[in-house]
Structure formats: structure tokens, C-alpha cells
Ligand binder design. Structure first.
Ligand SMILES: Nc1ncnc2c1ncn2[C@@H]1O[C@H](COP(=O)(O)OP(=O)(O)OP(=O)(O)O)[C@@H](O)[C@H]1O
Ligand SMILES: [Mg+2]
Length: 508
């Protein structure tokens, strides 16, 4: 009766948090040599399910079998003993340790009672080679980009000789090139017989990588289908209806310039960046990770200094490196790093949604708490924030719902210019459409939106104009109707003659 290829089986797992039934009798199984995709809306219970397998949470009910035997997974050690390795939505590396130290954390090879550094570094080098990245075992994790961090996480999992590898939204932070590399590794592990549980909100990845898909909705399994299932069918299973239009952009005829950036330069980071965003416009910024887009956004918002150039809002020049002045002038920034910069994790949903408006209101010396609660409830409802109530702490929201709160906070803030940096990272397909509709509302009301995104279909689908950044400068501008993935990528990857610039000297 028991299948020899079966690595894991879950029967009727349930988990309740205060006010929320996160999982309600879910069945799931994983076989040797397969990629089993877990699909579902933000808050459907995906991360909670895999935390039962990694030992982070204990189920309230139901049973887990490994290799046909009933098991209890009551902590990380239990999971490790069963050969289950997990790469979480949030990374688990120690920034100040080296790559090798992270890979061997808690299990360093010892010689005469001392840590055998040489062996550790040699072993680490071999594992890194196996995942195919060139990074020194002695590099500090702090210095690595996010893609390489991910690879280090995988190397760490390989070191545990995992038979089950769980990956919670590994591609959310990667560029398409890096995704391809990750897929190669995952395919190789699959061939070696590893079973992989893969969570993603990028539907196109499912057919490309997956074998089977289990769809969760509101903590229940609503179906198990082959990965070749058409995307619209997957969406229907996931959200209970089909989505007609993924990018519902309604252009509002552009008005007067609201944001004018000119000659903006930060030595060695971005150079001579200039553009305008008009009232009612959505201007997209495409480019590879590392092209300088986030850095430009932060400089405009006053979060970082710059060396030359000007930023004007509605014709008034802003002082450099002054977030308060920028906010007072009506600039908002939804940052890329939501955990680090966008949220107060131990405050409630309502408090987080009110952060910007509260600050503005208390300057006037008067806060209408009731109006604020109403506004918070409205935006949370519109974005479909899945929560026990407005009083729930943001820390206990699912990843995508945290992101909705960051965005909601700024949507409520009544800005003139809203800068969105990777706004829909980690957001499910249905909630994305809601965010796009809110962007339409903002521009219809005369606000200007600057949207940085690595999701090319999103940039093309929601922008009126597209700027392409390449190595710290604007490589070109395309009207939305002329921009295609190919024209944008051509501008994004063409080598720019940085040398000439240096020789010609700074032009400002
Ligand atoms: N520690 C906790 N305390 C209270 N509620 C929690 C806790 N952890 C998760 N939840 C709730 O359980 C539900 C499922 O969350 P989970 O993180 O599993 O969603 P998810 O499917 O991974 O979503 P996402 O796509 O946004 O990552 C959510 O309503 C969430 O708020
Ligand atoms: Mg999750």
C-alpha cells in the first residue's frame, strides 16, 4: 500500500492561530524526484503548511508520515534528522559570518577540538561548486547580493544531504537570469531523487519547473492538478474565479509635471539621471537588478544623499537627503525591502496603515481616529488583506499581506508623487489586479506614479512611459505602446561606454 517513492505524506493537517484558521484538514504528499508546487492566494496557508514540515510550527491535528512511518516534527533537529531542509521566505543566514561559516553553522568540522577552518572552507567550496556559483567561502554573507544569498542557502541545504528541499518563494527576489540558474539547480536535484516543495506566485514558473500542483484556498486544499494545467485554470482554482484582465491600466491624460529630476548623480552609483513624471502619469523604470533604480528612488525620497543634480516637486526644489522635506512636499516611497523599511512589525495593521497619515495629521495637531480607522478598514478591504482584524500585529500576517499593508499605508497618505519599488513582489495574481486598480485611482485623481519593477509584463502593462536604466544611467525611454520585452531588454543589457564618461569628466 505504501508507495516506495513516497517521501512525505500529510493527512488532515489543521492549524489555528488566534482568530484565524490557517489550515483546515489539508492532505499533501511528496515523491522522490518531483517538484510539487504549492499554490494559493496570500494568506492561503502555504508558509504555515511548510512550517509543519520544518518543525517551526506544530500541527493542532492531523498526521505526518515520512517514508511510510508516522513521525513528529517538533523542531529543526527533527526535520534535519528526516532530511528535510527549508529555505524560508525570509532568509536565515547570519550576515556577519562568512559563507562557509553559515553553511556549517552548528556543525563545523573539528580537529583537536578546534574548528577545522581549512576543511570547512574546502567542503564549502565543493558545495558552492555544486550549486554553480562563484563566491569565496570566506566572503561575508553581508556582502553578497540576494541571488547569491539564495544559492548559499541551497548549498547549506545540500550540506544536510536533504532528501526533501522546501523553497518558499525563492524566485520573488531574483531576476529572470538568476531564476534560470536556480531552475537548473532544482532540476539537477530532482534528477538526483530529491523531492522539492516549491512555492511561487509566478504562474509561468509552474509549467516550466513543476510536476504536480496542490492548490490551497483559505486553508483548505481545493485540488491537485498536473503542472501543465493552463494558467487560467490554475487561477480559477486559486481564487475561485477567472481574471479577465491582468493589467487594467486606464491612462489619465497627463497634466503638469509633478516630479522633475535633473542631472542627478551619485558618484559611482548613478549618473546624470533626468526625467519628469506628470500628474496622472505612471512612469515605469525597468532595468536589471543593480542598474541603480532603487538608489535613484531613495535619493529622490531623501533617504540617501546625492552629489549633483536637482529634484523638484511641482516646481519647488527639494533639499537633498531630507526625508521629512520630501514627505512634506508630497513624495511617498514604497520601499523594496518591506521588512527593513516599510513596517513596524510589532504594531497592528491599523497602526501601520496610519503611520504616514498620522504623522501628517499630528503636524496639524489633531488626529481624527475614527476617520483613520474607517480609512484603514477601507483600504485593507480593497486590497483584501487577510487578517483576524485591524488589531492583528503585522508580524503574524503572511508575507504577501505584509506587502499589502506597506502599499496601503502610502495609498492612504495622499501623496502627490508616489514611488513604488517592486510593488507587487510576493503578491498573488488577484491582489495584484487590486493594486493596479488603486494605481489607476491615484492617477485619475491627478497623482504621479513612478514604478520600479523587475516584472517586465507589469512595467509594460501598467506604465504610460518606460524608462530603462542600465549601469546607473538612463539608457532610453519608450512610450508604453512601443515598448516590448525585447526593446526594453536590449536597452537594459547593452554595455554602456562608462569609460568615455570618465574621460569626458562629469557634465554637471
Ligand atoms: N504566528 C502567527 N500568528 C497568527 N496568525 C498567523 C501566524 N502565522 C500565520 N498566521 C496566519 O495564518 C494565515 C496563513 O498564513 P501563511 O503565512 O501560511 O500564508 P501564505 O499562503 O504563505 O501567504 P503568502 O503568499 O502571503 O506568503 C494568515 O491569515 C496569517 O495571518
Ligand atoms: Mg508565505
Amino acid at each position: 500500500m505504501s508507495n516506495p517513492d513516497e517521501l512525505l505524506r500529510i493527512e488532515g493537517i489543521g492549524k489555528t492561530f488566534p482568530g484565524v484558521v490557517a489550515l483546515d484538514g489539508v492532505d499533501f504528499d511528496l515523491r522522490r524526484g518531483e517538484v510539487h508546487v504549492l499554490l494559493g492566494e496570500n494568506g492561503a496557508g502555504k508558509s504555515t503548511l511548510i512550517k509543519m514540515l520544518s518543525g517551526a510550527y506544530r500541527p493542532d491535528s492531523g498526521r505526518i508520515f515520512a517514508g511510510g512511518q508516522a513521525v513528529r516534527i517538533h523542531g529543526a533537529q527533527d526535520a534535519e534528522r528526516l532530511g528535510i531542509a527549508t529555505i524560508y521566505q525570509e532568509f536565515n543566514l547570519v550576515p556577519d559570518l562568512t559563507v562557509a561559516e553559515n553553511i556549517f553553522l552548528g556543525r563545523q568540522p573539528r580537529r583537536f577540538g578546534l574548528i577545522d577552518r581549512k576543511r570547512m572552507e574546502a567542503d564549502a567550496a565543493r558545495l558552492l561548486d555544486r550549486v554553480g556559483i562563484r563566491v569565496s567561502p570566506r566572503a561575508r554573507v553581508r556582502e553578497l547580493g540576494i541571488a547569491r544569498l539564495q544559492m548559499v542557502e541551497i548549498a547549506k541545504a545540500l550540506n544536510l544531504e536533504a532528501r526533501v528541499l522546501i523553497m518558499d518563494e525563492p524566485t520573488a527576489v531574483l531576476t529572470s537570469e538568476e531564476v534560470e540558474k536556480l531552475f537548473q539547480i532544482v532540476r539537477r536535484l530532482r534528477e538526483e531523487g530529491v523531492g522539492i516543495i516549491f512555492i511561487t506566485h509566478h504562474l509561468e514558473e509552474i509549467a516550466a519547473l513543476g510536476d504536480r500542483v496542490t492548490v490551497l484556498r483559505d486553508g483548505r486544499s481545493v485540488g491537485q492538478v498536473p503542472a501543465s494545467t493552463p494558467q487560467n485554470e490554475l487561477v480559477r482554482l486559486m481564487v475561485g474565479r477567472s481574471i479577465e484582465q491582468q493589467y487594467p491600466r486606464e491612462s489619465a491624460g497627463p497634466g503638469a509635471p509633478l516630479l522633475s529630476v535633473s542631472g542627478l548623480t551619485r558618484d559611482g552609483v548613478f549618473h546624470n539621471v533626468g526625467f519628469e513624471v506628470r500628474a496622472g502619469e505612471v512612469v515605469g523604470i525597468a532595468g536589471l537588478v543593480g542598474a541603480g533604480r532603487t538608489e535613484v528612488a531613495r535619493a529622490i525620497f531623501g533617504a540617501d544623499p546625492y552629489d549633483a543634480g536637482t529634484v523638484e516637486v511641482a516646481g519647488r526644489r527639494l533639499p537633498r537627503h531630507d526625508v521629512n522635506a520630501a514627505t512634506a512636499a508630497g513624495i511617498g516611497l514604497v520601499p523594496e525591502d518591506r521588512k527593513g523599511q516599510g513596517l513596524v512589525l510589532d504594531a497592528s495593521v491599523q497602526e501601520n496603515l496610519g503611520l504616514v497619515t498620522l504623522r501628517a495629521a499630528s503636524r496639524v495637531g489633531w488626529v481624527d481616529r475614527r476617520a483613520q480607522r474607517t480609512a484603514a478598514a477601507r483600504i485593507a478591504g480593497q486590497l483584501g488583506v487577510r487578517m483576524a482584524g485591524l488589531g492583528q500585529h503585522v508580524r503574524t500576517l503572511s508575507g504577501g499581506n505584509q506587502q499589502k499593508v506597506v502599499i496601503g499605508k502610502w495609498l492612504l497618505a495622499d501623496t502627490k508623487v508616489l514611488i513604488l519599488d517592486e510593488p507587487t513582489r510576493g503578491i498573488d495574481v488577484a491582489a495584484k489586479v487590486e493594486i493596479y486598480q488603486l494605481i489607476n485611482e491615484l492617477t485619475a485623481a491627478g497623482q504621479a506614479v513612478l514604478m520600479i519593477s523587475s516584472d517586465l509584463p507589469e512595467v509594460l502593462g501598467m506604465s504610460d512611459r518606460v524608462l530603462v536604466m542600465n549601469q546607473g544611467r538612463i539608457a532610453g525611454e519608450l512610450p508604453a505602446h512601443e515598448a516590448t520585452q525585447d526593446t526594453v531588454m536590449a536597452l537594459a543589457v547593452t554595455a554602456t561606454p562608462m569609460k568615455e564618461e570618465v574621460e569626458a569628466g562629469r557634465d554637471d
